[in-house]
Design a protein around this ligand. Sequence first.
Ligand code: NOJ
Length: 551
Amino acid sequence: MRVTDTSDLWWKTAVVYCLDVETYMDWNGDGCGDLEGLAHRLDYLAELGVTCIWLMPFYPSPDRDDGYDITDYYGVDARLGHHGDLVEVIRTAKDRGMRVIADLVVNHTSDQHPWFVSARSSRESPFRDFYVWADEPPAKQPEPVFPDQEDSLWEYDKKTKQYYLHNFYKHQPDLNVANPRVREEIAKVIGFWMELGISGFRVDAVPFFIEQPGFEGPHDYLRSLRSYIGRRSGEGVLLGEVNLPYEDQLKYFGGLDADDELTMQFDFVGMQQIYLSLAREDATPLADTLAARPALPEVAQWANFLRNHDELTLDKLTEDERQEVFDAFAPEERMQVYGRGIVRRLPPMLHGDPRRIRMAYSLLFSLPGTPVLFYGEEIGMGENLDLPGRTSVRSPMQWTSGANGGFSKADPEDLVAPVTGDGFAPSHVNASQQRHDEGSLLNFIRLLIQCYRNSPEIGWGRFTVLEQPDRAVLAHQIENGQGRLVALHNFAPEPATVRLELEDVEPGTVVTSLLDADEYTWPEEGPFEQPLDGYGYRWLRVIRPGDQRLT
Ligand code: NOJ
């Protein structure tokens, strides 16, 4: 597909910020974050440069999987507020230039969802076929996603004497997407939230959702969802969670030519290679992976991230590589989970080293694609290892150095989750102090976002890895008709020298360093050389004649 009007494709150059309302800002003092609290923090997000807020599940839920176990797809969890509060958030965000997308969790419901309550009451229930039942579980089963909690994907229902499928926890029965009535219900849910002003969805667990026993044409279904969304709203986006190798991910975009399934997908493979490169202080694993990452059709986009709300999964690395990353960043058993992941945030993994942390974020924002931040990353929050498993990174947002990090006025024991302690406690890490400190991480991230938003080639351009003599250095170039950005990142603590040989750059061309406004001239002869500090980074705009952008 050739796109002529690029301005419609907002997701190609967006800055996505993921948050859980529950842990973001408590306005009524009950210890649980709420939509009103979020509304009061929208200016903070706009000031940071965020253009799209991804709301983690806010629906009614028994909360056994942090809201990913839903009992009413049309509701708002009463602890967070009501529909009116949500609409206020969406409207105010729009006013500040930010869109809102929501988690769409339709692989499964909670076992307390009225559909499942009815389905399991009798084999004759009108909702029985909303779920997947079998007399016997298959002899061969994949390993459960949460192997510490589950030992099978099938749970026996005593009353109706059949097993039901649950790819995740047993309290999350899988919906039967092969049933047209289920597909109809899903469409209505999507339509409902879009009418309220939601600009699209982060689609949970896509392969589990569409690839079901007996369901023919899963990709036809995904295609039909995409076109349905497009009919309802031209700006509707589907950002899919598809943790698969690149060649399989391509199918979820609809292939190279069609471009008609998911609009965006997280780059899980690239993310894992970033950590391997960080652990080895060697950029080659990431450089090789990025060079092999499929170039996407024009409308589609990669969503790049360093951390999310789940474990930092290392499932796509070899066992030895995974061990290397564990040794470097999660040496204690309590820092690991499921034998494949890490339950820490980035700054503690990098021992709080500001140079290295900044290098990692500079890399994130310079990678071809759309960056996604998890709340608190912009201020360098740490994890709370006293909290179990994946929840260690879901502690309350740290706004001030005061009680409860300014998250809530409730008694600390009434908080929805305890605030992080130790070196990453609110007294050391909070948004308020960092807003007033020019040299803070928050202001650095703001600068990165500003440079990213001023460099649309990052979202749109052709990407090339530029070979370097020093293995520690990743040099990459992204260019489109309007501009060329060259980004340099040194993964090692030792200084390095970068050599750039770009045949199509004229001698005398001006090169501007975007993060610090230094200016250079491309030499008459020989390569363009740049020194990089240990863990150094640079964004260089190679100015074309006629380029009138602000630097
Ligand atoms: C993926 C979500 O990211 C995760 O947090 C959740 O536990 C599973 N889906 C199951 O809903």
